[in-house]
Write a new protein. Structure first.
Length: 138
């Protein structure tokens, strides 16, 4: 049901707004070719996964303690939300040598209800070298 991330050409602008091309930014993380080195990189890849509806990456990168069910997440992805822009406002820790970190961001989206801005401070943990999204304060 979910559309593979590869629908988006590698040469297009990465949805996460890094200014880099998709193929050099979030695509290798979504394809499991490369791990996100930092909490912010994982956060960006998850935003991109929402934008391109990559269900597998969202599940992969969600900590098992808070991960929603596949069907629940799939339902939220098949809605009419279009993700427009990501702005990362701040990060705390979350570096390659940290085990935890937070990322504060605003994600703009558009749906039948109009334009929305989600302002969240997300918490991440690193286990066995992989970053996971835990939860966030909206
Ligand atoms: Zn990206």
């Amino acid at each position: 049901m979910s559309t593979p991330a590869t629908d988006l050409p590698d040469s297009s602008r990465c949805p996460c707004g890094s200014g880099d091309i998709f193929g050099a930014c979030c695509a290798p993380v979504l394809r499991r070719e490369r791990r996100a080195a930092t909490a912010q990189a994982l956060m960006r890849s998850r935003y991109t996964a929402f934008a391109v509806r990559d269900l597998e990456h969202l599940l992969d990168s969600w900590h098992p303690s808070t991960r929603p069910g596949r069907e629940e997440l799939e339902d939220s992805l098949t809605s009419d939300v279009r993700w427009l822009r990501l702005q990362v406002l701040a990060t705390e820790q979350g570096g390659p040598f940290d085990d935890a970190g937070t990322v504060e961001f605003v994600a703009s989206s558009k749906s039948a209800q109009g334009r929305q801005e989600q302002h969240e401070i997300s918490r991440f943990v690193r286990e066995d070298g992989a970053w996971y999204y835990v939860d966030g304060d909206v």
